[in-house]
Design a protein. Sequence first.
Lengths: 181, 405
Amino acid sequence: MAFEKLILQHEKRVYNIAYRMFYNESDALDMTQEVFLRVFQKINQFEDNAAFSTWLYRITVNTCIDEIRKRTGKETYSMDEPRETEEGNMIRQYSVTEKGPEELYLEKERMEALHEAIQLLPEEYKTVIILRDLQNFSYQEIADILSCSLGTVKSRIARGRMQLKNILLQQKRELFNKTTV
Amino acid sequence: MTCEKIQENISLYLDGILDEEERKKLEQHINECDQCALEFTHMLDIMDMLHSIPQKDVPHKFHKELIKKIDQVNNSSSDNKKNKILRSLKPIAAVFLLLLFIGTSAILILTPMGRMSKSIRNDSAPQEMIESKAENTVTSESYDREVTFDTEESKLSESSRSFSEIGSLQGQKIIKTASLSLEVEEFDSVIQDIRQLVESNGGYVASAETYIYSSNYEKKEYLKEGHMKIRIPSEKYGTAQQQLIEMGHLKHQSENSENITEQYIDTQSRIRMLKVQEERLLAIMEQATKVEDLIKLEQRLNEVRTDLEVFQGRIQNWDQLVTFSTIEIQIRQIKKASLQTVSPNFTVKMKDGFIDSINHAQSSIERFLIKIARHFIQIIFGILLALIGIWTIRVIYKKIKMKGE
């Protein structure tokens, strides 16, 4: 069926967005399935073919955010990685990880840290960072998907990145502290 | 530009959406400001890191399972709900409409249709009777004629014998009489035609009579019948008859020729003799002297003259009759569907059949319309119910459709 073609086209992207939202494979899979089911059911309501991807990803973002909010009641953190504030609590996993050769682990840790940092972002920043830096949607596309103005998108992306940077620096500091200790 | 603003612009700069002016400002500032330059570096790092995160592949099973689930959704729940309710509605709707249909048609069919055929028969019956009467009269007339013909004929046969002795027929005095019975469709025009014919042939109408013999007040049909006695110059008598016959449908024809030559001649000779007597008497009266004689002579003269008048009158009459033949015409108007030929029985039936079918068709249509008028309200009611039913079904269908979405 034609719908399968649509699924194949967008499957990976939807999955990655979901994965980045939850940083959890099974959650991501559930979410992806949910997204496509919703799309299938609501496809009658959809009017314009040109804006289909926008519509699809809007559903993706909303489905994920709905689920996140459902789970935590808070904007920011997912259940798997409970966090309280930005101020720099260490990630359990992070603290437990064993350290091998410094560089390797640094590299790995760097990536890990990044992933975690993304998870720590507030909802709005997280969404735009995922869409912009991880999925390469254009500013305009993001504005369409999130149904907000271009200006909002610009400021959110800028601030999101800055926050990310701050979180990473914090973690780095701690890491740095740890390693040094 | 303040550092804060510059730092805000770094992100945009790195995405390449900063306009020319702002870009230059930023580049300039970064060259000068260490803090901002540091920020710039950090931002660059982060973005590099972000961009280096690989895309995860969708697990292989997942796609298949997703397709399965979608198919399940497609076939089950929502559609079934729709279909089930629709399906259960369909028979209900069908039964409802069927009942309506049966109801309304039952109302219409309730009064039996086939009652009226007999009354139609009755309508045509009197017509039949009239016609047969007319026929009878016609035949009786012609019979009378024939009777006279018979009685005359014996005389004629005698006189014809004597005449054959006398010689050719050219000097003969023959009175021709004919009787025609015509059936026509257009009565008045035929009468006109006959009159014209008479005039053009140099004849005259001796008598004419018209009356209506059949009236049908409902249809406003009045059938006329008429008698005409016309006198046509004897030389044109034959052609005139032919022309008359062509005017209508000949039902009956009879001809009669009376040869009165013998009587005529007798009468003529008597007249001669009477005239001679008359002259002689006149001569004697001139020489008579006595009054008694004169009176007697006078009486005798009167007798002679009276006889003379009678005989002369006869001659004149005969002259008339011989010169002008008589044609008696009976004209009868008939309805178009019922022209009769000389063999009456079959065509009478045919005519009846035609009339019947036309009348029947006409009255059935009338009855049907009356029936509709009588049951008008019920019909309207039935239609309203049907419409309401259809409308309700539509509404329910729409609701189901919306719920499904």
